[in-house]
Ligand binder design. Structure first.
Ligand SMILES: Nc1ncnc2c1ncn2[C@@H]1O[C@H](COP(=O)(O)OP(=O)(O)O)[C@@H](O)[C@H]1O
Ligand SMILES: [Mg+2]
Length: 209
């Protein structure tokens, strides 16, 4: 595998999509992607997960389907790009399943890790940049975009997102060599600069790129 695989993690509103695209425009030979990434089979699986008809879906079924969609995106999009020597920047990956479903939803980090290992076969990211923000800040950024106040449902959401953040912090402890935390409450310019510094340092240590 010649390329470098970097994933971006963190809660909604942390700035992942904003920064990943800004960073890509400054990085040679990069590809930005996210699951399901327009991959037909992965899109079909995602439709099953999200369909309002499927209220009977068991949480483990859901976790398996996410892992299945992840594999297809990995095989069809990520692997060929890495084989072509690209710098692949992926907006969310396995750590999202671990933090959201494994930890916050309570399926168990180890259980979700196991099914994802089957799906990705050791193809872990070379580097994961975790965008850390207070969930209330992430949420308020998103709501600002929509031009509305935070409501009661958002507050319920907030507790869930506090758990997600706790989950990510556990992952930071578990994978200290792969995961780097950025303070994503800083300005877009600062977060972008830090992101580029981290990525460029990684590239310098990878003579193949
Ligand atoms: N560092 C930042 N400071 C202030 N606003 C930001 C910052 N990063 C992103 N935003 C804004 O917050 C909103 C959510 O950003 P987005 O990149 O979509 O987050 P994510 O992809 O992590 O959910 C957007 O309106 C974006 O312009
Ligand atoms: Mg996004």
């Amino acid at each position: 595998m010649k390329g470098i695989f970097i994933t971006f993690e963190g809660p909604d509103g942390a700035g992942k999509s904003t920064i990943i695209n800004m960073a890509a425009s400054k990085l040679k030979n990069s590809l930005v992607t996210r699951e399901p990434g327009g991959i037909d089979i992965a899109e079909q699986i995602r439709r099953v997960i999200l369909s309002t008809n499927n209220t009977a879906m068991d949480p483990r079924t859901e976790a398996l389907l996410y892992a299945a969609a992840r594999r297809q995106h990995l095989i069809e999009r990520v692997k060929p790009a890495l084989a072509a020597g690209k710098l692949v920047l992926c907006d969310r990956f396995v750590d999202s399943s671990l933090a959201y479903q494994g930890y916050a939803r309570g399926l168990g980090l180890d259980e979700v890790w196991q099914i994802n290992q089957f799906a990705i076969e050791q193809m872990m990211p070379d580097l994961t940049i975790y965008f850390d923000v207070e969930p209330s800040l992430g949420l308020s950024r998103i709501n600002k975009n929509k031009g509305r106040e935070i409501n009661r449902l958002d507050l319920e959401n907030l507790q869930f997102h506090e758990k997600v953040r706790e989950g990510y912090h556990i992952l930071l402890d578990r994978f200290p060599y792969r995961m780097i935390k950025i303070d994503a409450s800083a300005s877009i310019e600062e977060v972008l600069q830090q992101t580029l510094e981290i990525i460029n340092e990684k590239l310098e240590n990878q003579p193949s790129m």
